[in-house]
Unconditional design. Structure first.
Length: 307
């Protein structure tokens, strides 16, 4: 026997997602990530749907969930955006539940419109509103306006009045304070947040030999540094080294690590460039000081550094 009662809500296709969440979807910093999902339930009960997301740092530590209400777009499709606030990975999930307060509200108003006796529905509503008030009182900081609104509704129901239930703002109140158990969830899905330029798929490989020397002489790191302003306006990648087989191409290698591969100067953190990270710089290209200086200037211009 199941340890908990399963939800009657079904969450099906979700976007954005890549290979069912095996790989992270992509988004750009500063623009909303729009999440859509098909969510429905068996029977005629109303449902409610939410979106929550959190950051995941490089060490795998997860932040606190943030929640957003999702809205129906028609034909069981629900939608809501969230706005990433920093680069890196976030994960999101869609969750849904059978919405007892909304089901009761819709049924009661239909019977009132049909001039059917609603004595039983008013008694049921009293218990539902009492539970909503209890949950609202347990929220911190305490939502005084919502509590007052719910208490006023309880008084109206006790008097047999249902007019206040026609207020469309009840949808938000029910979403916020209704009992969500049992809840169906999609599971966490990853999204990688890239810089704004990343959404254009712009890629510019800039090697030490990339600049053209005015005297047609072989260029070096110092010539490359002088051209960084030009590259910064066009490039996402600023520094690149390359190996051919087991041997470096002297014209293109900036630095070589102790393990025989191109040394990573910096990725996202140009202020941490260290001369100890570079074992060797080809003399024709420049020296270690120039290599480190180049990477630091690249970072200062907002150009990413490849490794």
């Amino acid at each position: 026997m199941a340890a908990r009662r399963p939800s009657r809500v079904v969450i099906e296709p979700i976007a954005p997602v890549v290979d069912c969440g095996q790989f992270a979807a992509k988004a750009a910093l500063g623009e909303p990530v729009v999440v859509r999902a098909d969510v429905f339930a068996e029977g005629h009960d109303a449902i409610n749907v939410g979106l929550r997301w959190r950051t995941v740092n490089a060490a795998g530590k997860r932040g606190k969930w943030c929640e957003e209400r999702m809205f129906p777009e028609g034909n069981d499709r629900w939608c809501a955006p969230f706005l990433p606030v920093e680069l890196g990975r976030v994960e999101y999930e869609v969750f849904g539940w059978s919405d007892r307060p909304s089901t009761w509200q819709h049924g009661l108003l239909k019977k009132v419109e049909a001039e059917v006796d609603v004595t039983v529905e008013l008694l049921e509503g009293k218990r539902i509103v009492e539970r909503l008030i209890e949950r609202a009182n347990g929220t911190r900081p305490k939502p005084k306006d919502d509590i007052a609104k719910l208490e006023a509704l309880a008084e109206h129901l006790a008097e047999g009045s249902t007019e206040s239930l026609e207020d469309p703002s009840w949808g938000r109140v029910f979403w916020q304070y209704a009992d969500r158990e049992p809840t169906a969830t999609s599971g966490a899905l990853p999204v990688d947040i890239d810089p704004e330029r990343g959404r254009f798929s712009a890629w510019y490989e800039f090697f030490p030999r990339s600049p053209v020397h005015p005297n047609a002489e072989p260029t070096n790191l110092r010539d490359a540094i002088d051209r960084l302003d030009y590259v910064a306006d066009r490039a996402e990648i600023g520094v690149h080294g390359e190996m051919v087989g087991d041997a470096p191409r002297a014209a293109d290698v900036v630095g070589r690590g102790l393990d025989g591969v191109v040394a990573p100067f910096a990725v996202h953190e140009p202020d941490r460039v260290d001369r100890r990270q570079v074992e060797h710089v080809e003399p024709e290209v420049g020296d270690v000081v120039e290599a480190v200086d180049r990477v630091a200037q690249v970072g200062g211009l907002g150009v990413w550094v490849d490794r």
